[in-house]
Design a protein around this ligand. Structure first.
Ligand code: R1P
Ligand code: URA
Length: 234
């Protein structure tokens, strides 16, 4: 057991999917994994281990924001020996060519969080996803005929932000979408020398205000989940 995860040492697989929402973890376990066993209920942050196409895979909710995902990834890597971490999250589209329901593979994650600056003695660090996982995810998506966007995302410490200049700035620098965890995931994984990737579904568009319905979200989340699981088994 770790401080926030109630699993025994051997109950978590080396490859894990990380949704922010614990109920998305339950949904993935119940609909995509065979023989899924619930290993964590501490704080309602569900974690399950099962198999996908014969390979042992876990799925763990991380909560929202950098502090929360940092706790779970730290414990998963350092106390449970997890080696491959794939976030399966939602995000807000920024560029005009990004449409709701699109899937994004996050190559890099810029951020307004000061966590990395504190750790890097005032210097800027460039959090990047695992090239191997990115390449596999891209090719698995292509095999399924799914169009995905690949590029930089922005990890924000705030969900509600009404500064209009911020969106223009992100747009000018070709940021594809905003979410709240990837910068921390990539930084923690890099230091621990393990692989990480964020696969994101656009749930709403920050500029146009378009939104998905709950049913639409579920179906498009399925595409992202399938890409993540195929990436893990190939
Ligand atoms: O859908 P998840 O994975 O939680 O991701 C996004 O949704 C939450 C905000 O609603 C933040 O955690 C953001 O990163
Ligand atoms: O706009 C959005 C949508 C999902 N997640 C975010 O962080 N922002």
């Amino acid at each position: 057991m770790s401080v926030h995860i109630g699993a025994k040492e051997t109950e978590i697989a080396e490859s894990i999917l990380l949704p922010g929402d614990p109920l998305r973890a339950k949904y993935i376990a119940e609909n995509f994994l065979e023989g899924a066993m619930l290993y964590n209920e501490v704080r309602g942050m569900y974690g399950y281990t099962g198999t996908y196409k014969g390979k042992r895979v876990s799925v763990q909710g991380t909560g929202m924001g950098i502090p929360s995902i940092s706790i779970y990834t730290h414990e998963l890597i350092h106390q449970y020996g997890v080696k491959q971490l794939i976030r399966v999250g939602s995000c807000g589209g920024v560029q005009q060519n990004i449409k709701i329901r699109d899937v994004i593979l996050a190559m890099t994650a810029s951020t307004d969080s000061s966590v990395n600056r504190l750790g890097f003695k005032g210097m800027d660090y460039a959090p990047a996803g695992s090239f191997e996982l990115l390449q596999k995810a891209y090719s698995e998506a292509a095999k399924k005929g799914m169009d995905v966007h690949v590029g930089g995302v922005f990890t924000s410490d705030t969900f509600y932000n009404d500064d209009p200049d911020r969106i223009k700035l992100l747009n000018d620098y070709r940021i594809l979408a905003i979410e709240m965890e990837t910068s921390a995931l990539y930084t923690i994984a890099a230091k621990a020398k393990v692989q990480a990737l964020s696969i994101l579904t656009v749930s709403d568009h920050i500029v146009t205000g378009e939104e998905t319905s709950a049913a639409e979200r579920q179906n498009t989340f399925n595409e992202m989940i399938e890409i993540a699981l195929e990436t893990v088994v190939h």
